[in-house]
Write a protein that binds this ligand. Structure first.
Ligand SMILES: Cc1cc2nc3c(=O)[nH]c(=O)nc-3n(C[C@H](O)[C@H](O)[C@H](O)COP(=O)(O)OP(=O)(O)OC[C@H]3O[C@@H](n4cnc5c(N)ncnc54)[C@H](O)[C@@H]3O)c2cc1C
Length: 358
């Protein structure tokens, strides 16, 4: 039997590989880094995602609960603190990167045990490199420019400042979100498994004054200071309302590159996991996979428009809307349902649960 190739050993690539090998296929994953865990520029790092653990397990066939943690959360909207109930949107923290405590390692261990083969240090750089891969190769290269350029996927460039350091292991899992003048998008700090991570991003270039304002905020509110900051950019498939796409030529796209990202806050983890299952499905049954991808990205357009509307609000109405959404909205079942349903792949998981009981 011909071997199925997956490019990228991140979340979507690993779920795709596990699902393909379970169908009795030979699977080879090509990864540019020397080991599991993606780029060491920003990993290991704690990240957060809404997740219905049981529903996700039913859909992707993998239980990721050992990698998930509850957390406490705070939000500062233009300097004023709001307490957020992260349970309202079933959010959890998880670690990304190469350490044994990460979600990447959990998925990698399952993949290896089930017979997936890996080749590390295999970087595909040019359009030619990708073109040489066989039809139905799954491209799951995440937030990296080479994949987007080679697969001709439109993107906008996002701009990031980040820093991290070790904390005592006893620091409880925590997220603090900052909506403020220093970024038209948002910034946050997270702590998990002995690491604290600070991250500010925007869809427009951000300068040193932004970084200084963010640094002051986290020092004032959390007593946090970091020695070393890095800045970097990455491509996000939120350039066009029609960005999500399961295919590019004869290749299958999985994860962020396929548009399985939520274009408002850039939540990409849930969509990446679900899209791994969909990409594996696309190898066997394209029509079914197209329908599943449509469902998974059905909220993309609404979130894309909402983000644009919010971005061009004057400060006072932006503050009012954010406060309302965070303080009141998360207490309203109908709004929390809309928020969860807008996470890529959420509706697929919900339906998988419904169907298993019908
Ligand atoms: C700093 C940071 C913080 C984030 N925080 C959150 C968060 O809190 N919540 C959330 O939901 N999302 C968050 N995201 C987004 C989320 O991590 C991504 O959307 C998600 O990882 C996408 O999964 P993926 O499978 O598409 O790609 P990834 O999991 O990134 O995997 C891509 C893999 O492909 C490999 N690769 C890349 N290019 C090549 C190439 N040319 N050849 C071979 N291999 C290649 C990479 O090394 C990597 O291992 C964050 C992203 C970053 C970078």
């Amino acid at each position: 039997m011909a071997e199925n190739i997956v490019v990228g050993a991140g979340l979507s690539g690993l779920v795709a590989a596990i699902n393909l090998v379970r169908e009795g296929r030979e699977v080879l994953v090509l990864e540019r880094e020397k080991c599991i865990g993606g780029s060491s520029l920003y990993h290991p790092s704690p990240q957060g995602t809404p997740v219905d653990i049981e529903a996700l397990k039913r859909y992707i066939g993998v239980d990721i609960s050992p990698a998930l943690s509850y957390f406490e959360s705070k939000t500062f909207v233009f300097g004023k603190e709001i307490t957020v109930d992260s349970e309202a949107i079933s959010a959890r923290l998880l670690e990304r990167g190469p350490r044994s405590t990460s979600l990447d390692s959990l998925l990698y261990d399952i993949a290896v045990k089930e017979g997936v083969r890996f080749k590390f240090g295999q970087e595909l750089v040019s359009q030619d490199d990708f073109a040489k891969l066989p039809p139905d190769t799954i491209v799951a290269t995440g937030l990296h420019f080479e994949g987007f350029d080679s697969m001709r996927v439109d993107y906008l460039t996002s701009f990031h400042y980040a820093a991290r350091k070790k904390t005592g292991d006893d620091k409880p899992p925590h997220v603090t979100i900052y909506e403020d003048d220093f970024t038209p998008d948002y910034a946050y700090t997270t702590s998990l498994n002995g690491i604290v991570f600070a991250h500010c991003f925007a869809r427009v270039p951000i300068g040193n004054r932004t970084l200084e304002a963010f640094k002051e905020s986290i020092y004032r509110n959390e007593g946090l200071e970091f020695d070393e900051w890095i800045d970097f950019t990455f491509p996000v498939p939120a350039a066009r309302i029609s960005n999500p796409s399961l295919f590019s030529g004869n290749k299958i796209l999985a994860g962020t590159i396929g548009g399985f990202i939520e274009p408002f806050m850039f939540f990409g983890i849930h969509g990446a996991l679900v899209s791994g299952k969909i990409a594996a499905m696309a190898v066997m049954d394209k029509d079914r996979a197209i329908e599943e991808a449509r469902i998974a990205t059905s909220a993309f357009k609404g979130a894309y428009i909402l983000q644009k509307v919010l971005r061009y609000q004057p400060r006072f109405s932006k503050e009012f809307l954010l406060r309302f959404a965070i303080e009141q909205g998360l207490k309203m079942p109908v709004l929390t349902r809309v928020a969860k349903d807008s996470i890529p792949g959420w509706l697929n998981c919900k339906r998988a649960v419904r169907e298993s009981f019908s």
